[in-house]
Design a protein around this ligand. Structure first.
Ligand SMILES: NC(=O)c1ccc[n+]([C@@H]2O[C@H](COP(=O)([O-])OP(=O)(O)OC[C@H]3O[C@@H](n4cnc5c(N)ncnc54)[C@H](OP(=O)(O)O)[C@@H]3O)[C@@H](O)[C@H]2O)c1
Length: 312
């Protein structure tokens, strides 16, 4: 992988995340003032060190933001029924507003089935089929965190999206597929002509070369090279793979010589993704409190859905 210096404008995610977290902190303060402590629960199955590390990061950030963060750890030997029972308990707990089941779960367990047991209103990852359906229909709901982060990052840095040609490399459930749905929605920060390419399109560079905005969402290190990028295009690196602690991005850094703007190798989409999790969590708490207390808690406070103004 080349380390050539970039001539493109950098699009860091840190300032975007900070702005989102200010909104989250305001939401938390409003809830606490009304006697509600927002709670984001985490569930970890097994001993995977990387997963345990992600959970620790979420818990630390939760504490800093004023969330309660109850945690359930199941042994790697847990059954699918054990996992479903934990999720059902968290569904029933009115003091818990959001739930993250850390992915991946150990082999032998089915993450997607566990997700289907989760109350869609507590699905702060936005991955429950009901929420993916809401996204597809343009209805208010929690939007998957990484796609929401990409949209926010582009908006924050003043990159126009509406009416432009966006190509997404990858159609995975976490990033490519929901991002394509999101950026095609009729809203000022979306409203794009979106094309999705994948392994079924062997000559995908034909599409990426004409993209005004190219989003890499494949998880294949270095797959996007300078000759895949239209000169002056905006390049967003979403896909990454880890080799131990080393982060290997989809976008070869030498793309920065061709692109007009590009996310940095580290500190691009990642920090915004985490911020979006907490935005979904505070909205879930506000929504639950509002339902419980007949609308007495929440002012506007950033509780509007991404989909056009309806409150989620
Ligand atoms: N930055 C962040 O904060 C963040 C957060 C979450 C996820 N991610 C990253 O986002 C990436 C995507 O995750 P995901 O779960 O949405 O996707 P995924 O399930 O890993 O799927 C990858 C997609 O890339 C396509 N692809 C893989 N190799 C390709 C190739 N050689 N040519 C063309 N297309 C290829 C696949 O095509 P087929 O469908 O044809 O197989 C598939 O659609 C991962 O790297 C993940 O680590 C990043």
């Amino acid at each position: 992988m080349s380390t050539t210096s970039t001539t493109a404008r950098l699009l860091p995610g840190g300032p975007v995340a900070e702005q989102v977290l200010v909104e989250v902190a305001e939401g938390v303060a409003a809830l606490r003032a009304a006697g509600v402590t927002p709670a984001l629960a985490t569930v970890l199955v097994g001993d995977d060190e990387a997963s345990a590390g992600y959970i620790r990061i979420k818990q630390r950030q939760a504490a800093e933001l004023g969330f309660a963060s109850p945690h359930v750890r199941l042994p790697g030997s847990a059954s699918q029924a054990d996992l479903h029972a934990v999720v059902a308990d968290l569904n029933a707990d009115r003091g818990v507003h959001g739930v993250v089941v850390q992915h991946p779960v150990p082999g032998g367990l089915d993450y997607d089935r566990a997700l289907q047991v989760l109350d869609p209103e507590k699905d702060v990852d936005g991955m429950h089929p009901v929420n993916v359906g809401r996204l597809a229909l343009g209805l208010p709901g929690p939007v998957p965190c990484t796609p929401a982060g990409v949209e926010a990052l582009l908006a924050f840095h003043g990159v126009p999206v509406a009416g432009r040609e966006v190509v997404v490399l990858g159609r995975g459930a976490t990033l490519g597929r929901p991002l394509a749905l999101l950026l095609a929605q009729k809203r000022p920060t979306a409203n794009a002509a979106v094309t999705v390419v994948h392994t079924g399109v062997p000559d995908w560079p034909r599409y990426t070369r004409r993209a005004e905005i190219l989003v890499a969402a494949a998880g294949v290190p270095g797959i996007v090279r300078p000759d895949h990028v239209r000169p002056g295009a905006v390049v967003v690196g979403g896909g990454v793979r880890y080799a131990g602690r080393r982060l290997l991005p989809d976008v070869d850094p030498s793309c920065g010589r061709v692109a007009g703007a590009i996310t940095p190798r580290v500190g691009g989409v990642g920090p915004v993704t985490v911020a979006m999790l907490f935005r979904n969590a505070v909205r879930a708490a506000a929504r639950s409190a509002e339902v419980d207390q007949e609308g007495s808690v929440v002012g506007d406070g950033g509780q509007r859905g991404l989909h056009g103004g309806d409150r989620w």
